[in-house]
Write a protein of this length. Structure first.
Lengths: 210, 64
């Protein structure tokens, strides 16, 4: 009789823990999305600034570079989703491969921005925009700078999650850390989805000579 | 939403790539800002729905 009572108690405790986790998970997801909404005002403001100051013009940026860095960031989103899928299926080795690949793509994207958009390595590529030069440079640096800051924090987030996963912190049933990292990374990608046409595609190119 | 397999994720990735190429050529052919932003919105919807699992916000049973 005592054994049955103890067993029933254990089941009840298990269900309670499960319910607590489910409630906490819903709160975590809501909190993350509320954070994204607040971030949308920041990036929306930058987009509004671009359309207010540039109108139907844009600086003459290298179209090939724009397309390549955009493709790399989209690829990183795919590899991040594949990493999450691997975790859902309990394949830790594949998870590690895909999440590290995502960080690699993120670093390539950052390299593209720093070297080719900002021209910070003149030996490799001589940029023609400066943050203080004119409205084109100011907006390009503000938009890409704020976005790059999020990419950097995303890469740090990825390495933290990769390290925790390596230590066995996540399971196929419970991996909110992985899910939140993935959603954050995709959010950074969504921001760039709007920044890419705003910076590279919309309006007539204005040749700037400094 | 049922769990997505690797193939489905790749399919969404291909769709995103195709839309990006379409967007690029639309800009070359001087399509307006509204149409370019519409394609961007389509891409964003794909990412938000299939990659960011926005629908999980109003589900209760799933664990992660």
């Amino acid at each position: 009789m005592a054994a049955i009572t103890t067993g029933a108690h254990a089941v009840a405790v298990h269900h309670e823990a499960h319910d607590d986790y489910a409630v906490q998970l819903r709160r975590n997801r809501l909190g993350l999305w509320l954070f994204f909404i607040s971030e949308a005002f920041l990036f929306g403001g930058l987009l509004a600034t671009r359309f207010y100051l540039w109108g139907n013009t844009r600086p003459e940026l290298d179209q090939a570079i724009g397309l390549i860095v955009t493709s790399v960031l989209l690829l990183s989103s795919v590899s991040m989703r594949l990493a999450e899928t691997a975790m859902e299926k309990g394949n830790r080795q594949l998870f590690s491969i895909f999440i590290l690949l995502t960080a690699f793509f993120g670093l390539v994207f950052l390299g593209g921005v720093v070297i080719f958009e900002w021209g910070l390595v003149p030996a490799l590529y001589k940029g023609h925009l400066t943050p203080w030069g004119d409205k084109y440079g100011a907006v390009v640096f503000a938009m890409t700078g704020m976005h790059a800051l999020h990419v950097v924090s995303g890469i740090v987030f990825i390495f933290i999650i990769w390290n925790l996963a390596r230590k066995g912190h996540f399971s196929p049933q419970r991996h909110w850390g992985v899910e939140s990292c993935a959603i954050y990374w995709h959010y950074v990608d969504v921001v760039w989805i709007f920044f890419y046409p705003a910076l590279y595609l919309i309006g007539n190119a204005v040749h700037l000579s400094h | 939403m049922a769990k997505q397999g690797y193939g489905f994720v790749i399919l969404i990735g291909v769709l995103l790539a195709v839309l990006t190429v379409i967007e690029y050529y639309m800009a070359l052919w001087h399509f307006g800002a509204a149409l370019l932003l519409l394609v961007a919105a389509l891409k964003a919807i794909l990412v938000v729905y299939f990659f960011m699992h926005v629908s999980r916000l109003w589900k209760t049973e799933e664990e992660h």
